[in-house]
Write a protein that binds this ligand. Structure first.
Ligand code: F2R
Ligand code: MG
Ligand code: MG
Length: 332
C-alpha cells in the first residue's frame, strides 16, 4: 500500500504483536545463537509442532490499552489510558511486566488518585523509570495522529503515565516518530530516514530535563541522537558483524548477513531481533515481526482498521472538541 494506507496500519500493529509473541522465547538470554533463532522460527512454521498458539506479553497488552483508549476517546485522554493500564494489569498480572512498573500499575487503580502522573514520578526515588515500557507501546500514537507534533506530544504524555525519566519517555517519542515516518514510506530511503529522526530528536533531547537526566545517568549529552548517529555511520559501511552491532549500539540495527536468502524483510527483521538476545520480545515487537498466528493478532488487526479511520478523520488538535466516543467500546 501507499503512504498511510490501511495495509501499513495493519502491518504496524500485527507485526508488533507477532514480534512480541515470537520474541518471548528468548527474552533475558544473554546470547542467542542464530542457529537457535532459525530453529525456533522453523518450529513455528511446522504445524505438527505445538498447538499453534503463542502467548503475548506486557508489550502487546499495554499497546492494546493505548490503541483502545485513543479510539474510544477519539484522542489522548490520560485518565482513560491510565485506567485501562491498571485494569489490564489487575486482570492479567502474569504477562511479564517490568519489576518496577508493577508499583505504578497498582497505584493507578486507586480511586483516590488525583494526579495520574504522580505514581510514575515516584519511581526509583523520584528519578522515574528509564525502562523501555513506554517505547514498547508507542506505535498506536503514530497511527492515531497524522500531525507529527501531535505524535511527539501524545507519545511523550502516554509514556509518562509509567515512565517519568526522559530516557523512558523520549524512547517512546523516538519509536512513535519512526512508525510515523515509516507510515509515509520514509524507510525506502534508510539514510534519510535516520537523518530525519536525528533532526527531530535533536529538538526532543534539547531541553534541560533531558540534559540533566543524561548527565545523572552518565549518558551522552543527547543519548538517542548519539545512537542514531552511530547507526548512520554503520549504515555507510558495506559489512557490519552482529557483534559490532551489539557492542556499538546495544540492540538496534539489522544487517543482511547471516540469515537465509529466502527470508523476506519482515522475517529477517524478527530473526535478527531475536539473535541480538536480551530484550528479544520488546526489540522484535518494536522492530516489526514475521507473519504468523498468535493470540492478540485479531485485536491488533481490528484496532488497525479503526485507527486508520481515526487518522484520516481527526483534526490537528487531537481529541474531538466534545470528547464523544466515536468508536463504541463493543467494536474494540
Ligand atoms: N519485565 C520483562 N522481562 C523480565 C522477565 C519477565 C519474565 N519473562 C516473566 O515471565 O516474568 N519484560 C517487560 O519489561 C520491559 C519493560 O519494562 P518497563 O515497563 O520499562 O518496566 P520498569 O520496571 O519501569 O523498568 C524496567 C527495569 O529497568 C530498571 N530501571 C528503570 N528505571 C530505572 C532507574 N531510574 N534506576 C534504576 N533502574 C531502573 C529496573 O531494573 C526496572 O525494573 C520489557 O522488556 C517488557 O517486555
Ligand atoms: Mg514483554
Ligand atoms: Mg521485553
Amino acid at each position: 500500500g501507499g503512504p498511510a494506507s490501511l495495509s501499513r496500519f495493519r502491518g504496524a500493529l500485527v507485526a508488533a504483536v507477532l514480534g512480541d509473541c515470537v520474541g518471548g522465547e528468548f527474552e533475558g538470554a544473554e546470547e542467542v545463537p542464530m542457529e537457535s533463532v532459525l530453529q525456533h522460527l522453523s518450529s513455528l512454521d511446522d504445524e505438527t509442532k505445538g498447538n499453534g498458539i503463542l502467548e503475548y506479553s506486557d508489550d502487546t497488552a499495554m499497546a492494546r490499552c493505548v490503541a483502545q483508549s485513543l479510539l474510544t476517546r477519539a484522542g489522548f485522554d490520560e485518565q482513560d489510558m491510565a485506567r485501562r493500564f491498571a485494569k489490564e494489569y489487575s486482570a492479567s498480572p502474569g504477562r511479564g511486566y517490568g519489576s518496577g512498573v508493577i508499583q505504578v500499575l497498582k497505584k493507578l487503580s486507586s480511586p483516590q488518585l488525583s494526579d495520574v502522573y504522580q505514581p510514575a514520578r515516584d519511581q526509583f526515588n523520584g528519578r522515574g523509570s528509564f525502562g523501555n515500557g513506554g517505547a514498547m507501546r508507542a506505535a498506536p500514537f503514530a497511527l492515531a495522529f497524522p500531525d507529527q507534533a501531535d505524535v511527539k506530544r501524545f507519545a511523550r504524555l502516554g509514556a509518562m503515565l509509567t515512565h517519568s525519566c526522559s530516557l523512558g519517555y523520549n524512547g517512546a517519542v523516538l519509536q512513535a516518530l519512526a512508525v510515523h515516518l515509516s507510515l509515509q514510506g520514509a524507510l525506502d530511503l534508510p539514510q534519510q530516514f535516520i537523518s530525519r529522526l536525528i533532526t527531530e530528536m535533536e529538538e526532543v533531547e534539547g531541553n534541560e530535563a533531558a540534559r540533566n537526566d543524561a548527565r545523572i545517568l552518565k549518558e551522552a549529552e543527547k543519548p538517542f541522537c548519539e545512537r542514531l548517529h552511530r547507526i548512520r555511520d554503520l549504515m555507510d559501511r558495506s559489512k557490519v558483524s552482529i557483534e559490532e552491532v551489539i557492542s556499538e549500539l546495544g540492540q538496534y540495527l539489522f544487517p543482511r548477513e547471516c540469515l537465509p536468502e529466502n527470508y523476506g524483510g519482515l522475517k529477517r527483521t524478527i530473526a535478527y531481533s531475536l539473535a541480538l538476545g536480551r530484550d528479544t520480545d520488546t526489540i522484535a515487537c518494536m522492530a516489526g515481526a514475521i507473519a504468523g498466528c498468535c493470540k492478540g493478532a485479531e485485536d491488533a488487526d481490528m484496532n488497525a482498521e479503526w485507527l486508520h479511520m481515526l487518522y484520516h478523520q481527526s483534526s490537528p488538535g487531537g481529541r474531538s472538541e466534545t470528547g464523544e466516543q466515536s468508536f463504541p467500546e463493543q467494536h474494540l
